[in-house]
Design a protein around this ligand. Structure first.
Ligand code: T1G
Length: 686
């Protein structure tokens, strides 16, 4: 075996050369890897004894893509598309041996090979769109030539990989290898190609065609999902080029569109979020290798919307759950909702009925907290009332085994105060799920003053197991997300008092990239949360709406009027009530521009984020951005509130806050950290 450089080796196995990449952790295509591949191919071609070549990877995966850490640095030759052209032009067969994931540049490299074999568990994909990019080394030109236009469109615009079995059906791989030895299989495959005189299949020589209507239909079907993003549309244009242009011209089109995306702010934002998600998993003061507690059985208290959704996360991950509800009807209803959710997912083809039954078989409904005694983790998800929560934790303290983790799903309340009613505050933390809890990826893990390191590490690792994006938050009112959301809601309410209408605010926030604006969101959640007809005084807009049974989507009217299909239109009744509110408050309404609406809704959130950082309630600005991306739908192509602030410029944000202070000094008082950074020309994010 010859070391070509410190990340690639070449070994001659009889008449087959095995070129192995070994660049942990994911064999990313660093400059050294690219150089090693070129060296290996050239040496194998020059060796007369070699009849065929296998490109393989050591470690847990085939090449997972270009080396993202090289982005933004001066590019180094050889360029990846040149490496792929050398592979494709080889006069000796080159076979890719794929295990783990072949992603991005990794799949593009495999597509330059003449044949591809993979183990059944392998996944193959082009996820560049998730980085705000497109496959820049021929992937958009080669993939459709193998799997067809429709499949290629889905893969490049979703970034979702496909499994090896489907890849084999689509012709993306030529054979499935045994799970435990892809290399031996690939060497034998290469030897057979040579022995049988099989052709050196060049993907670039394959033909691909599709009617323009296919692209138009695909754009229409995905307009909502792709709204605001550049990368999906650019990927579609590349696939169109694969159909309408000769291969090399298509490559040039792809290169041009790739460079546009690479130099744009959207890609910087999405690359930033790629690393932000990984950074959030790291807890600065936790010693590496902190032990975790075993979690084999979970208890959930409360079978309402949250308790049911929370339970589903664990059931879907194969963990048994005992769900406790005081009221029998509520318990039955909750279990029924969970089954219904699973069955709906199965109807959409995303789950088998066997999986539905398996998940539900792991659920044990109960009306007694004593059934939680042997749980390793108990999550309380009852009404957002401190006394009720304290009562429950006092009881749990006397029932649940020592060493169990006791967590509250509270959205706002003081986790330290809850922990203090137990004899084991070190075992208590917050696990704040976001509704619908079985769908939203965000989990705010609230670290109490006494929460022990191993409890924190256990919950962070468990979050990954159930597919959540966990972010550690300190104890404060509303933690990270809701604390910042309150500022946006406050300003939205003031704006409609001063002259805007709810639909003006919603339009601006929707156009910024959120799935919906604050008033539409309020209608979705229900305007009567925490409202009571007995105590309503008819003074606030919310009182007046609820008293008129305008409680949101569930009553087909709230701030908006709704059709059966939930299409919404502004309500003249609401317009009249808004005007009357201004009059009742003696406010002379004025025309408010979209830019002011945007700045007043977003900048106070950024300012609150700066306070959160300063108080140490979030470890890093990118954690705040992860909260907003995964919990509130902040548009990924803007990176999150803190990244967005850096792109606007902290001086601009500070200047606007100071300007708004003329309206209300306290509401727009700049956070000291924001002032310091703005004056020093600094940024929140690296
Ligand atoms: N480059 C550099 N580092 C990477 C990397 C990459 N492509 N992928 C992962 N890492 C690091 C990651 O930051 C983490 O580091 C460690 O590896 C483990 O990753 C030219 C332009 C492969 C499915 O988008 O999807 O090719 O935190 O925690 O959960 O057309 O990593 O340990 O220091 O995610 O097992 C396209 C991105 C690139 C794939 C493994 N490829 N990676 O998941 O481990 S653009 C991608 C992933 C491109 C070409 C274009 C996942 C994974 P640290 P991890 P994992």
């Amino acid at each position: 075996m010859t070391a070509l450089n410190d990340v690639t080796t070449l070994e001659i196995d009889g008449d087959i050369a095995v070129l192995t990449v070994n660049n942990p952790p994911v064999n990313a295509l660093s400059a050294a890897v690219r150089r090693g591949i070129v060296l290996g191919i050239e040496q194998a071609i020059a060796d007369a004894a070699v009849k065929g070549i296998v490109l393989a990877c050591a470690g847990r995966t085939f090449i997972a893509g270009a080396d993202i850490t090289e982005f933004g640095k001066p590019p180094e030759e050889p360029w990846l598309d040149a490496v792929i052209r050398i592979i494709e032009a080889s006069p000796k067969v080159v076979v890719a041996a794929i295990h783990g994931t072949a992603l991005g540049g990794g799949l593009e490299t495999a597509l330059g090979c003449h044949y591809r074999v993979a183990v059944p568990s392998a996944k193959l994909g082009l996820p560049e769109v998730r980085l705000g990019l497109l496959p820049g080394a021929g992937g958009t030109q080669r993939l459709p030539r193998v799997v067809g236009v429709e499949q290629a469109l889905v893969m490049v615009t979703s970034g979702t990989p496909i499994g090896a079995t489907l890849a084999a059906e689509k012709g993306l791989i030529d054979a499935l290898a045994p799970e435990d030895d892809v290399l031996a299989f690939a060497v034998a495959f290469a030897r057979k190609v040579v022995a049988d005189g099989m052709p050196l299949k060049k993907v670039r020589d394959l033909r691909v065609s599709a009617e323009p209507a296919v692209f138009a239909a695909f754009r229409r079907a995905n307009a909502r999902k792709f709204r605001g993003f550049d990368a999906p549309e650019y990927n579609i244009r590349c696939i169109e080029a694969a159909v309408s242009q000769p291969f090399d011209e298509g490559l040039a089109t792809e290169r041009g569109l790739f460079m546009q995306l690479m130099s744009g702010v959207q890609s910087r934002a999405q690359q930033y979020l790629f690393f932000a998600e990984r950074a959030a998993q790291k807890i600065p003061d936790l010693p590496a290798g902190t032990a975790t507690r075993p979690v084999r059985k979970v208890g959930v208290i409360g079978a309402g919307t949250m308790g049911g959704g929370i339970s589903m996360n664990f059931l879907s991950a194969g963990l048994p759950v005992t769900i406790v509800e005081a009221n029998e009807k509520a318990l039955e209803r909750g279990v029924g909702v969970m089954r219904g959710n699973y069955e709906n997912t199965a109807k959409k083809g995303r789950l088998t009925m066997e999986a539905v039954e398996r998940n539900m078989s792991l659920l044990t409904p109960s009306m007694s907290l004593h059934d939680l005694a042997d749980c390793d983790l108990v999550i309380e998800a009852v009404f957002e009332n401190m006394q009720i929560k304290k009562d429950i934790f006092e009881k749990l303290d006397g029932i649940v085994k020592q060493g169990a983790i006791l967590a509250s799903n509270t959205s706002y309340l003081d986790v330290d105060e809850i922990a203090a009613v137990t004899s084991r505050p070190q075992d208590v933390c917050g696990m704040h799920f976001f509704s619908p809890a079985n769908v939203m990826r965000l989990l705010e893990v609230v670290r109490g003053a006494k929460t022990s390191p191993d409890v924190l590490e256990t919950v962070m690792q468990l979050a990954r197991k159930i597919g959540k994006a966990a972010v550690v938050a300190g104890v404060c009112h509303g933690f990270i997300g809701n604390r910042m959301l309150e500022l946006r809601q406050r300003e939205a309410n003031k704006l409609i008092l001063e002259g805007a209408m709810p639909w003006d605010v919603d339009r601006v926030i929707y156009d910024f990239g959120f799935p919906m604006g604050p008033f539409q969101m309020a209608d979705l959640a229900g305007l009567d949360i925490g409202w009571s007809a007995d105590t309503s005084k008819g003074v606030t807009l919310r009182d007046q709406l609820c008293e008129r049974d305008r409680r949101g989507q569930k009553t087909r009217c709230g701030f908006y009027d709704y059709t059966e299909k939930r299409e919404h239109t502004p309500s003249p009744i609401v317009e009249d009530l808004v005007l009357k509110q201004s009059a009742a408050h003696g406010v002379t309404r004025r025309q408010i521009g979209d830019q002011e609406i945007l700045e007043r809704c977003i900048y106070p959130m950024i300012n609150e984020g700066a306070l959160i950082l300063e108080e140490g309630k979030a470890y890093r600005a990118s954690d705040i951005d992860m909260v907003w991306l995964t919990g509130y739908g902040f548009p990924a192509y803007r990176g999150g509130p803190m990244f967005y602030a850096d792109t606007v410029g902290l001086k601009t944000v500070l200047g606007k806050l100071r300007e708004f202070q003329a309206m209300s000094e306290a509401d727009f008082r700049p956070a000291p950290l924001l002032v310091r950074l703005a004056e020093a020309g600094g940024k929140f994010t690296k």
